[in-house]
Write a protein that binds this ligand. Structure first.
Ligand code: TYD
Ligand code: MG
Length: 451
């Protein structure tokens, strides 16, 4: 007789006795995985010793001071100050974006500095990875390689080597031989991750897992995967350009929403220490439709050029295309220009682009978008030494935004001469003497000053 199984939804954990196509709990499709009922006595390995409850405040507060550096200052910052021993991080990203490259460079640097590192690949052979390592000059003698997909074998090698860091490339190819499901299925992913987390905590080994993403760009597999690990990182960028952005979307040891910028070069990934300069490098000055804004990514301000092109519609309904900026904010900016300032945009195509592949979706770039649109429409450039900051409301008023000081510091650092801000931020002029801070009440005000 067939062994009795239980079925779990990988998204919300809903449990039933039979497989269902759609979860009644959360509505997800095809999210159920089968799990054989465990026989008594065959329960999983217990952790080393049973634990006692202790008063929370007892003992030394350590604040993860034993963190170690990844050698990439930028990656450390995204991780909240370095790699925490025993932590498990999941790195997701599109194929070919550079996940294996980043982790091999990381593995090598940690091996040179701190001790044995194990790189497990279920996707590439020893030869392939060795060739990449040569190119990256990753030649530490303490960097070990294992081509394996069987989880139990991987665990055995980890226990044998007791490395400080393990890379598993990828979690989707890893499988637990005692489970009936295919590698990459919801149940496999869940079990393998759980086992790796257990091992990492037990031995204090830091672990990085590579996670595949789906067409839509979300991590493949169940949401529970993201709940199980300590840190979730996403690596993206345009594959045709060499810019790569690493973001933290979950971090149990630090803030999320931090971003690191890398560039993919002949000999691997290089961190970009001055992203603002990088994003503004190819800016054409004195042309209509271009405005510089200061966005904040996590704790760091970055200056970005917003470009707009407004041109008459050839036929039919006018087009509205937003790349790297929020579509709705762009449409809103256009509507405000139309209604409050009398621009005739109804028969114009509108294209707005944040240069460099960055996504700036905060309201703080509204004023920049409005100015770029107006500048392109009137075919007159915005003053090239001016930065625009502010949210635009429906009546055309310019509203206050967060982190103004941080943004201004970055604007000053990059040598701009003038910045348009909401009137509420004008008092900052005393603190920033080297730059002219112009308070604007409305979009019209801003246009009068900048164009
Ligand atoms: P890879 O790390 O294999 O991507 P992933 O693991 O995310 O699928 O990176 C693949 C791309 O990176 C490949 O198209 C070539 C490029 N690359 C470089 O430009 N320079 C390098 O030094 C390396 C190793 C790769
Ligand atoms: Mg890879």
């Amino acid at each position: 007789m067939r062994e009795k199984s239980r079925f779990f939804c990988g998204e919300c954990g809903y449990e039933t006795g039979k497989w269902l196509g759609r979860c009644p709990g959360c509505g997800a499709w095809n999210s159920f995985c089968e799990q054989p009922v465990q026989k008594k006595g065959s329960s999983r390995k217990k952790s080393a010793e049973s634990q006692q409850a202790v008063p929370l405040m007892e003992g030394e507060a350590e604040d993860y001071e034993e963190r170690f550096s990844s050698s990439f200052g930028e990656l450390d910052r995204v991780l909240g100050g370095g790699i925490v021993p025993g932590s498990v991080s999941l790195l997701g990203g599109a194929p070919g974006i550079g996940k294996s490259t980043l982790l091999l460079q990381l593995a090598n640097a940690v091996a040179e500095e701190y001790g044995t590192v194990l790189y497990v690949s279920g996707e590439e052979s020893h030869k392939q990875v060795k060739m990449r390592a040569k190119r990256l000059k990753a030649n530490s003698l303490r960097l070990y390689f294992l081509a394996e997909t069987d989880l139990l074998e991987i665990c055995r090698v980890i226990e044998e080597l007791s490395p400080v860091l393990v890379i598993i490339d990828s979690i989707q190819t890893t499988f637990h031989p005692e489970l009936p499901m295919h590698p990459g299925s919801v149940g496999q992913l869940r079990e393998c991750t759980a086992e790796i987390v257990r091992l990492a905590k037990l031995h204090g080994t830091a672990c990085f897992l590579v996670g595949h993403v789906t067409k839509e760009g979300v991590l493949a597999g169940p949401k529970v995967l993201e709940h199980m690990v300590d840190v979730v990182l996403s690596f993206d960028g345009d594959r045709h350009q060499n810019l790569r952005l690493l973001r933290g979307t979950k971090n149990r040891f630090g803030a999320t929403d931090e971003m690191a910028v890398f560039s993919m070069e002949e000999s691997g990934l290089r961190q970009v220490d001055n992203p603002s300069a990088f994003f503004l490098a190819e800016r054409a000055k004195g042309v209509p439709g271009s405005v510089v804004v200061a966005a904040v990514e996590g704790t760091r301000p970055v200056l970005v050029e917003i470009q707009a092109l407004v041109c008459s519609t050839a036929f039919g309904a006018p087009r509205r295309v937003a790349t790297g900026v929020d579509y709705n904010r762009m449409v809103l900016a256009a509507a405000v220009l139309e209604k409050r300032l009398g621009f005739a945009l109804a028969n114009q195509d509108i294209y707005v682009n944040a240069v460099g592949g960055l996504k700036v979706v905060e309201p703080a770039v509204d004023l920049g978008i409005s100015l770029a649109l107006a500048s392109s429409y009137r075919n007159r450039p915005v003053d090239q030494d001016t930065v625009a900051l502010g949210e635009v409301g429906l009546t055309g008023e310019v509203r206050g935004i967060s982190s103004m000081e941080q943004r201004l510091k970055e604007v000053v650092r990059l040598g701009f001469k003038r910045v348009l801000v909401p009137v509420s931020s004008m008092e900052l002029q005393d603190r920033f003497q080297s730059i002219e801070i112009k308070g604007v009440r409305t979009v019209q005000d801003a246009l009068d000053h900048a164009i």
